[in-house]
Design a protein around this ligand. Structure first.
Ligand SMILES: Nc1ncnc2c1ncn2[C@@H]1O[C@H](COP(=O)(O)OP(=O)(O)OP(=O)(O)O)[C@@H](O)[C@H]1O
Ligand SMILES: [Mg+2]
Length: 337
């Protein structure tokens, strides 16, 4: 079977203008996507992770056939998004962050029925599907299925968007920030639902997020996108292995023979990484070593040797896994998303 989504060297430029004074405008070209490539498989949750303006929504809109690319190619369900846009649309469910497509003066249920009819679902089948989705997305439990859309909160709107995306039970879901605006328990429920849709129903899910914690929790693979380029792609574990692990050494340092700056200098000289040292008011010394990938163990051994030569007793040693945030900082030099 073909991959669910195949993106190759995709580029997109926007023409925009900068206001320069009252009457003058300067035309500028924004290169939103600079040759990005990635694939998404059926049964997989794939995350596009990146800061504001990275190009996530642009990618989603091109894959959803809402925006034309300038170069490269994108296939969804095996079909080119430009040439076969209607077949692509038949195979996808899409949610966007800024939803304009619902009717404010219809209820959630009526909105779903309307869109279901447009998709060719009729009669009892439509009623059953709409009821099922109102239940799955928790709108029934919140008691808002028959409330007007204009009265919906951000989180209720996000749920209704996913319900609409699922109406036709499409094999591929393309979701722009699906948990934006959801409270923590609802976000958790939404994430569990997405995992189930991928693992049990075999759907391919492409989602965007700037939430590293979310990407770590639900994505099988992640592409980190920044300024229109994919700067790293792989399983979350693989990405983490590329960056340093922290070695944390907790010490009760009663009566250290030399000052903490001197201890820090001695350790710094011998290890491959950065050392941080602090002492709390109870005289507990904490040493943090941010090691380069692969040198954690030898760094730890060196540090322990130095401390034991100084007759400083070590209480506790911990190796901390890096987070996706560490990966992002290491790759981009930026302080976070
Ligand atoms: N219609 C447009 N006209 C001009 N520039 C645009 C347009 N839409 C997006 N851009 C620019 O393209 C770049 C990528 O935007 P995009 O919306 O894809 O980012 P994003 O990763 O979704 O960001 P966010 O996390 O804020 O949603 C940004 O520099 C943005 O300003
Ligand atoms: Mg966006």
């Amino acid at each position: 079977m073909a991959e669910a989504i195949e993106v190759k060297d995709l580029t997109k430029r926007y023409t925009s203008s900068l206001k320069k004074g009252w009457f003058r405008r300067e035309k500028i070209i924004v290169k939103a996507l600079k040759k990005i490539s990635f694939n998404v498989k059926y049964g997989e949750v794939f995350g596009l992770l990146g800061p504001n303006g990275a190009g996530k929504t642009t990618t989603v809109k091109i894959l959803a056939t809402l925006l034309l690319p300038d170069g490269g190619s994108a296939k969804v369900a095996g079909y080119d998004v430009v040439e076969f846009s209607s077949i692509v649309r038949n195979n996808i469910g899409v949610t966007l962050t800024v939803e304009k497509g619902f009717f404010w003066k219809l209820t959630g249920r009526e909105n779903l029925k309307y869109f279901g009819m447009l998709m060719g679902i009729r009669g009892d089948k439509l009623n059953r599907r709409v009821n099922e989705l109102l239940n799955i997305l928790g709108l029934e439990r919140l008691g808002v299925s028959d409330k007007f859309y204009e009265e919906y909160s951000l989180g209720m709107k996000a749920r209704l968007s996913l319900a609409r995306a699922l109406l036709k039970d499409p094999p591929i879901l393309i979701l722009d920030e699906p948990t934006l605006g959801l409270d923590p328990p609802s976000a958790r429920a939404m994430r569990e639902l997405l995992i189930k849709l991928a693992k049990e129903d075999g759907k391919a899910i492409l989602l965007t997020t700037h939430n590293m914690f979310e990407a770590e929790m639900i994505c099988d693979r992640v592409a980190i996108i920044d300024e229109g380029r994919i700067i790293s792609l792989g399983k979350v574990d693989e990405l983490k292995r590329m960056v340093a692990r922290r070695v944390i050494i907790d010490i009760v340092a009663s009566g250290t023979p030399i000052g903490i700056d001197a201890i820090k200098d001695r350790i710094s000289e011998m290890i491959d990484g950065n050392v941080g040292l602090s002492m709390d008011d109870k005289g507990r010394l904490r040493i943090r070593i941010l090691s380069r990938a692969g040198s954690e163990e030898s760094n730890l051994a060196e540090a322990i040797k130095i401390l034991s030569n100084l007759s400083i007793r070590v209480n506790r040693v911990r190796l901390e896994e890096p987070t996706l945030e560490d990966v992002f900082i290491a790759l981009t030099g930026k302080s976070g998303i």
